[in-house]
Design a protein around this ligand. Sequence first.
Ligand SMILES: Cc1cc2nc3c(=O)[nH]c(=O)nc-3n(C[C@H](O)[C@H](O)[C@H](O)COP(=O)(O)OP(=O)(O)OC[C@H]3O[C@@H](n4cnc5c(N)ncnc54)[C@H](O)[C@@H]3O)c2cc1C
Length: 317
Amino acid sequence: MIVIGGGPAGLAAAYSAWEQGLCDVLIVERNMELGGILNQCIHTGFGIDYFGEELAGPEYAERFVSRLRGTSIEVMLSTMAVKVTDSKEVHISGRSLGYMVLSAQSVVFATGCRERTRGAIGIPGSRSSGVITAGAAQYFVNVEGYIPAKRAIILGSGDIGLIMARRLALEGVEVLACVEIMPKAGGLTRNVVQCLHDFDIPLLLSHTITDICGDARVESVVVSKVDENQEPIAGTQVVYECDTVIISVGLISENELVYDAGILIDRQSVETSVPGIFICGNALNVQDIVDSVTIEGIFVGDLAAKFVIGQGGRGCG
Ligand SMILES: Cc1cc2nc3c(=O)[nH]c(=O)nc-3n(C[C@H](O)[C@H](O)[C@H](O)COP(=O)(O)OP(=O)(O)OC[C@H]3O[C@@H](n4cnc5c(N)ncnc54)[C@H](O)[C@@H]3O)c2cc1C
């Protein structure tokens, strides 16, 4: 069984397949370490349902990474799956291994998701630097130790945008506002209170950014009120001087490999159109809470193990 992606979904699927008695399990992960997006989420709030504890993202990931020790599960890091066929060949490319084609009896896609960018929502304005996604800002601050802004404005009030408003404020960035096109916040009320209210960051509901100005770097943005059709209302423009726009406007499942292989997926099911090929976690449906991703991964690992063993695959005896 080959699991593509070593985030919480892939880790849970691999471990559960091994627990079901499957010996030959491989995780292919393009990053240098396992854990997926959790490695950059250093705030707490993970694991309340699954572990009954409030853990930080890396702590949650470590609980699963440590379970792999002492199992026969193999891990290839810094290795990217670049192509998968419907006959379960997985083409991988890695720094140390070069290009290889592996054959499996079962493949699990656990490739996560990516963020919608400025281009995806088409904000007008100059193409100056300083427009970044919330996840990229999170990576800069929490992993690289680099503060990407001095005065920032956040577009989008989903949980990631809210959490980054607080994170940047804690690092001394002046966070001017969180701008949300909808009439209510996208994220949890808890996050609105703890990340905006507690830091005196205004939440501008039914507003959007209608222009980004600046030459080499962002110098200001124009924020406008929108009507019930989310169209900007003329005459409501307010200019905010800032050097950074943090975009947090949604996530998109990462499943180009699935589509390129001609494999069909149904968002209601972890099974694909090819028996033995499964998909789970954010690759299937973007999920807010990692605990539910873990539970889905465990379910898929169980199904995949039964499939492989049923086809005469090697169990651990
Ligand atoms: C920015 C952000 C903040 C979040 N904050 C919270 C929070 O505070 N609390 C909470 O409960 N949940 C939070 N979530 C949600 C939760 O963390 C995710 O639902 C969960 O991590 C999804 O797990 P996953 O394994 O599906 O995806 P991921 O964690 O994204 O893992 C996917 C893995 O697949 C790898 N991969 C992708 N393509 C390939 C390929 N072709 N070859 C090899 N490897 C590949 C990636 O490198 C990655 O490691 C957050 C999510 C994001 C994006």
